[in-house]
Design a protein around this ligand. Structure first.
Ligand code: PLP
Length: 300
């Protein structure tokens, strides 16, 4: 039996002082229709979300995920959610998950549009789903092949055009999914987006970390990409283990010539990159295994 659950959440304003959230969220049948056909999530992709890993009942890095959700809400002019309420819902869902790896997704759309465009919106709509995580053993242990794909804008786009919402985790992931399909068409497992002026951004659902000598680097999350919660955890662990870490503007050549590289994300964790655009990269299997063992442990 595959485990799945879902809750509808009656979102509270950020300033609501209550500490008992019972009655503000309710389980629903994860297989039954639950959202209005007029919800702006399905009509416009107008909403935000977070995917949180649950390992043996523990939701990983709930705080950083909720902070990023609040950041996404601010960037998209959605009401900033009540983080204490959402934490309670995430913890409630995680406590129902059997042992093993699960993914809790927290989603918030602008709401339901009554009538045509420009007419009243009743919202937001918020819900949570939880399901067994896909098996990532092969990616973690054997690694992945990636291709670089032009994201179609230069490294100044985020500052020049904030309405592109490049630093927000929005529900508009059609481009990210198209990039994954293109990577597969090119014989790879995943993609790495690069700017039109030749800098590394992020993968469609993961952060890039490269190793240069003993130092571990990731592209600066200065508006054009998401700040990865897994990358933050990985950097904590690397620093504790004596490796310098840093944020840089990373040219594509630095990825091609890296001493090792990984895509890191909440569910798959650290997947070592074996090939970039067909060129082989060194893989440090021991370090990758130790990093994944750390990432699988309880993290707050
Ligand atoms: N970048 C993008 C575009 C993502 O969608 C994700 C996660 O889904 C990440 C980076 C990695 O973020 P995290 O480590 O918090 O999962």
């Amino acid at each position: 039996m595959t485990f799945r659950l879902a809750y509808l959440i009656d979102t509270l304003p950020a300033e609501d002082p209550r500490t008992d959230f019972a009655g503000t969220f309710a389980p629903i049948d994860p297989d039954a229709p639950a959202l209005s056909v007029s919800d702006l999530s399905s009509n416009r992709g107008d909403g935000i979300f977070e995917s949180i890993a649950v390992v043996d009942g523990h939701p990983q890095e709930t705080g950083p995920h909720l902070d990023r959700l609040a950041h996404s809400a601010r960037l998209t002019d959605l009401p900033v959610p009540n983080l204490a309420q959402l934490r309670a819902v995430v913890e409630h869902a995680a406590a129902q998950c059997p042992p093993g790896e699960y993914t809790v997704r927290l989603l918030m759309s602008r709401g339901v549009q009554h009538g045509g465009p420009g007419q009243g919106i009743h919202g937001p709509t918020a819900w949570l789903t939880a399901a067994q995580a896909p098996d990532s053993t092969a990616a973690r242990e054997r690694g992945i092949r990636v291709v670089t794909l032009d994201r179609g804008y230069d490294s100044g786009a985020a500052a020049r055009a904030p309405w592109l919402l490049l630093g927000a985790k929005t529900l508009s992931y059609a481009v990210n999914m198209a990039a994954l399909r293109e990577a597969k068409r090119r014989g790879a497992d995943d993609a790495v987006f690069v700017t039109s002026d030749g800098y590394v951004l992020e993968a469609p659902t993961a952060t890039v970390i490269i190793r240069r000598g003993d130092a571990f680097l990731t592209p600066e999350p200065t508006g054009g990409i998401l700040q990865g919660t897994t990358q933050l955890s990985a950097f904590d662990w690397l620093e504790e283990n004596g490796h310098p870490t840093g944020y840089e503007h990373v040219p594509v050549a630095a990825l091609h010539d890296a001493d090792a590289a990984w895509l890191v994300s909440s569910t798959r964790l650290a997947a070592p990159i074996t090939h970039v655009d067909g060129r082989e990269l060194p893989v440090d299997r021991d370090l990758t295994a130790a990093l994944n063992a750390y990432l699988l442990g309880p993290r707050d």
